[in-house]
Design a protein around this ligand. Sequence first.
Ligand SMILES: [Zn+2]
Length: 156
Amino acid sequence: MSPTATSTQAPGRLVALAPGTFRIPERLGLPVHLLGARCRACGETFFPKRVFCANCSSDSLEEVEMPERGQVQTYTVVHQQLPGSAMVPPYAIVRIALPNGVAVQTVMVEGDLASLAIGDVVDLVAGRIMEDDAGNTLISYLARKAQTEKDEVRGA
Ligand SMILES: [Zn+2]
């Protein structure tokens, strides 16, 4: 099943803000597996998906699920409302290093932003962004601190 927003869907469903970016989980707060691309020729992995490999220019790439857990590489906390943004401050813009070598950028809206630190273990989870006109909940992938401090980053 393709996670796209179509008019045939029943109202109130979870719909990806950017269709095809990740598999839709059963409910908000569950881990999200981003959909990337892996080059069959050289093995390099990318997110978002690419048509051509940036490493070897091959056009033979396959869709792969990305790990849902990574480590904070860098971040910045946003305190002011940006015009037109659905995000309500305070929140952090976080760059996350995944164990497969790919870095992704997203936001963290939960947890103690004041204690957020480089190296923190975080999960990518489904978070509500807004409702659309049909009553669907538009969701995206958000960063959330791992539930226990002892959690480790698992391999891809
Ligand atoms: Zn390649």
